[in-house]
Structure formats: C-alpha cells, structure tokens
Ligand binder design. Structure first.
Ligand code: ACM
Ligand code: ZN
Length: 553
C-alpha cells in the first residue's frame, strides 16, 4: 500500500471512535495530489468563523458565498462573509485569495493553521476547487460535532483540463431544476464541463426563434415504443423543450459553478425531429414523424439541398448567442449514407464538389465531411471550435476539429496521432447508460445493456496507447448519459452515482496516486453527501465492502 494512504485508515477509525469530535482530513474524492499534515493544534470551525475575500473581487465574493452555503448545509450555521483589503488579516477566518505561484490554471493551495485557513488559487476556478475539497472534508451532517481541521498544506491541481459529463435530453426531457441539480453534482465532483445533447430523432429540445416549428412540432413525439423497440407503443404524446431564456439561466447557473456548457446540435444524422418540422430538408421530402423508436435511422439531413447549410448556420447563430463556450458540439455520429446514395441533389453536390471515393472512404463519407467542414468554417469565423463524435474521422477530418472518441478509444488514438485534440468518452468505460451490475434482473431500472461497474470506470487510463507527445492532445475525459431508458431524474441519479466519483478521480488525480480500495474508503464519506441531499445512488460497491470489513474484525 502507498505510504500516503496509511493514515487514512487510522483517521477513519479515529472518526468512528468519537462522534462529537471529528478527526478530519482532506483526503476526499477526487484525491488531492499532495497532502502534508502537521501534528499541531487544528483549526476549529465555529459559527463565529468568518470567510474573508479580497475587496473588489466579485468572483471570490461568489466563492465565499458558496463556501458559506456549503458549511450551512453541513452544520446548520452560515459563517459570515467579509470583504477585506489587500494584506489585511481577518482573525479566525477562512481567507480566499489569488496566488500566481499555485500550480495549474485550476489548482489551489489550502494552508491550515490553528488560527485560520487560507485557500488560494491561480484563478477563482482553482479557489472553487479548494472550497470543494474543504467542504468534502467536513462531514455531510456535522450539526453536533466540533469541526477540527488539521493543520498542514494541501497542494492540488487537475490531471486533465476537460472534465465532463454528457446529458441527453432528447430521448427524455429533464426539467430546468434537474439540470441545475446535475450541474451541482458536477461541481461536487470537480468537473467543469456539461456536454448538453439537445437534439435527437425523438425530440428537439432548444427553442430556435427563426425556426419555431423545431419546437412546435419537433419537441413532441406522439407515441413512444414500450421497452426495447418491442413494436408496441404507449400512444401518449411526450414532449418538452427549453426556451432560450431558460437555457441562458442554466448557462449562468453553470458559470457561477465554473461549469462550461457545451451544446450539441447533432448533425447531419439523428435529425428526425427537425425533419418532422421541416420535411423539405430530407432527401425524400417525407413525411416524417418525431421518432417513437430508439436506434439509428436512415432519414438524415439532405446535404445536397441548398437550404440545408443556411438552416444549420441560422441555428448555430442562435446557439452561439445563448452559449458562450469555446466549443460547439456538432455531433456527426451514426449518419447512414443510404438516402444520399439515391438522392439526386446529394449526388449532384458530390459531382460539383468533386468528392471522390477511395479505398477507405465512399463519396458519401466525404459528403458528411463536406457538411462538417462547412459548419466548422462558419463556427470558426464566429470564434468557436467544433467537437464531433469519432465518425468525423471517416472522410476528411475538419481541420480544427476536436474528436470525441466513443467507440472505444481507437478514434481518439487515431485523432491524437493526426495531431488533433481528443476527448475520451469510450463506451468501454464511460457509458453510464450501461448496467452497473451483472444481476440485471434485480436492478431497479432497465438499461440499454452492457456492464460498466464503478471499478471498471475507475480503471480507465485515458492515455493508454499514446506516446508522450500524443498524450498532450488528450484534453480530458467525459462520461455519457444516453436516456432512452432513463425516464426520471431519480433514475439518472442512480445511473451516474457513484460512477461519477470514480470518473472524477480518472479526470483529476494523477494515476500514480489512484488506488481502488483506498478510493472505496473515501467513497463512504462522499456517499454521506448523496444521502444528505436525498440523491438516489447505486449501492453495489458498498455491500461487498461492508462484508469484508466484518470478516477482518
Ligand atoms: C453515440 O453514442 N452515438 C455517440
Ligand atoms: Zn439528399
């Protein structure tokens, strides 16, 4: 066992032995890079503790409010926040500040003395993660306990700059309040990106003012297949969408928590909801139905139609106005070529553009690349970059595209070898719509299939198969939450928790510091936050641990 981990076990025991005095540490999830504690008298957090921040720094002022809120959730009292002049010391305070010597853009340093705590970051983002570490060190329910924070230093920074979760709101729609709750979960796990999958065959979920039928028609399917494409339907309309005002409110909510929202408009496939609204944009002209089934469908956007690219550019114009993210996700997955092969307009465009088949790619593959490149050019001209699913490698990869590798890691490895940025979301480790147990009959919810337990998520090495130079192209890691079989917020919670905790450590912690059994010990403390906040999480990993504890006693 790593030396660093030995005291953790001792500390857990110490905490168990005393219910009024908590022996706390900073060994939270994700595990900080460096924790150096001293045997000196600890800092005592009380209702008189002040949270100080530099006068005039609005971001750190917000951070101070978050810390006060978090402490209140745990203890029942809310420390006062106070703006202080540069250099002024607030007594018995937790002091937030900026310090350019801290490692990493999102790194932080916590220094604890008996007289006070300082949390510094190079940026306000870093200070926010220091706050997360501090709040996760305090027991989730600490109403009656004396809260003693040990003296010493924590120096911490993330392994990857992109730490994401995806959420599909196309198959099932989730209310604004749940999207906010999901963002809070990202913050709790030190994640900084929500990839918001907003459009699908089964529902268009974002208001586009220039094309009102996208939501008037495209946001409602008239029926939904029962189970796994059984051929039987519920014959009940199902719908929902976010107004632009709601989307902006969510963007702002996320920004305050240092979470960037990357919207996805999935094109040119997965577009049946849009085609139901604007059938002239399909190769056959329709009619089309907002899709009641799950799967991959042959009807996709007609790229040869001269209205299609302007339609997409108009949509992107409104999307970039709502979402300030550097990246816009343009999808690109699962677009069958069947309609394009027979469509006179698509074939005419192939001839006009001189798109040629070769050994690896068909002319129709290159038609999708043509579409991707046009949208990339438009977005680049408006100061944005594109991300696409790994299918965008089939054909000619758009020059500045970032590739999101989902069919395993192979697409990501290929893209990194080509010198493109990569985000790893392989369905072998990061698909949270897969079952967490092999005993699927006893699972409380249906799932798409597969088996990805917490341990498997934890074991993921995002840079495996890449040399040092290529590893630099891996921006980070994300888990995907496809919601064909997830009908409620409680079910989404169950599917993501506690797998998000394992993912958080893949994203944040250096591989040399990761150890699964040690992670499980720490997960017990994080799960108390899930309990306190009424979250519905999967308990598989806790059962064997309780059994093995009993055996060793
Ligand atoms: C995907 O899972 N179709 C990206
Ligand atoms: Zn066509």
């Amino acid at each position: 066992m790593n030396k660093l981990f030995l005291p953790i076990v001792a500390c857990v025991l110490a905490a168990c032995g005393s219910d009024k005095q908590q022996a706390l540490r900073y060994d939270v999830i994700p595990l900080p890079q460096e924790i150096n504690l001293l045997q000196e008298s600890p800092f005592k957090l009380t209702r008189n503790t002040v949270i100080a921040y530099p006068e005039g720094n609005a971001l750190l002022g917000h951070n101070a409010d978050f810390l006060a809120d978090y402490i209140e959730q745990a203890t029942g009292f809310r420390p006062r926040t106070k703006a202080v002049k540069n250099g002024e010391n607030a007594d018995k305070a937790i002091t937030l500040g900026l310090d350019s010597s801290v490692t990493g853009e999102e790194g932080y340093r916590i220094i604890t003395h008996s007289e006070g705590i300082s949390i510094c970051g190079k940026t306000a983002n870093g200070v926010f993660y220091g706050i997360q570490t501090l709040r996760k060190s305090i027991p989730a329910q600490a109403q009656d306990a004396a809260i003693l924070l040990p003296t010493g230093e924590v120096e911490d920074w993330p392994r990857f700059s992109y730490r994401g979760m995806h959420l599909d709101v196309g198959r099932h729609f989730f209310p604004v309040e749940f999207i906010k709750e999901f963002i809070d979960l990202l913050a709790l796990h030190n994640m900084n990106t929500l990839h918001w999958h907003l459009t699908e065959d089964q529902g268009w979920r974002i208001e586009i003012k220039k094309y009102p039928k996208l939501t008037e028609i495209g946001s409602v399917r008239q029926r939904t297949v029962i189970g796994h494409n059984s051929g039987e339907y519920d014959n009940t309309p199902y719908g929902g969408f976010y107004t632009q005002e709601e989307a902006r409110e969510i963007v702002e909510y996320a920004q305050k928590r240092y979470v960037t929202i990357i919207p996805e408009i999935d094109l040119p496939g997965h577009m049946l909801a849009a085609l139901a609204a604007y059938p002239e944009l399909g190769c056959t002209g329709g009619p089309y139905e907002v899709c009641p089934n799950w799967g991959v469908f042959e009807d996709v956007l007609c790229i040869g139609n001269e209205k299609t690219i302007p339609f997409l550019e108009d949509i992107m114009t409104e999307i970039i106005d709502i979402f300030p993210s550097k990246y816009i996700h343009i999808g690109g997955d699962e677009a069958p070529r069947t309609r394009w092969q027979k469509c006179p307009k698509c074939q005419a465009l192939i001839r006009k553009e001189g798109l040629k088949a070769d050994k690896q790619h068909t002319a129709e593959d290159r038609l999708q690349s043509y579409c991707t490149a046009r949208i990339e050019k438009f977005l680049n001209e408006h100061g944005r970059q594109i991300i696409g699913w790994d299918e965008i490698l089939e054909g000619d990869l758009a020059p500045n595209a970032t590739v999101m590798s989902w069919r395993g890691s192979a697409g990501g490895i290929k893209a990194a070898q080509m010198g493109h940025d990569v985000i790893m979301t392989p369905n072998t480790y990061c698909y949270f719509d897969y079952f967490q147990s092999e005993d699927t009959k006893n699972e409380p919810y249906d799932a798409i299939g597969g088996y990805i337990p917490v341990e498997k998520v934890y074991s993921f090495d995002p840079v495996e198969g890449l040399d040092e130079k290529q590893q630099k192209y891996v921006l980070g890691v994300q888990a995907n939450v496809w919601t064909e079989y997830m009908t409620s917020p409680e079910q989404v919670e169950y599917m993501v928790l506690p797998r998000m905790a394992a993912l958080a450590e893949v994203q944040w912690t250096q591989p040399g510091k990761k150890e699964y059994n040690n992670f499980l010990q720490r997960l017990g403390q994080l799960a108390k936050f899930y309990d306190r906040d009424g979250l519905n999480y999967a308990k598989h990993v806790f059962k064997p641990m309780a059994e093995s504890e009993t055996k060793t006693e």
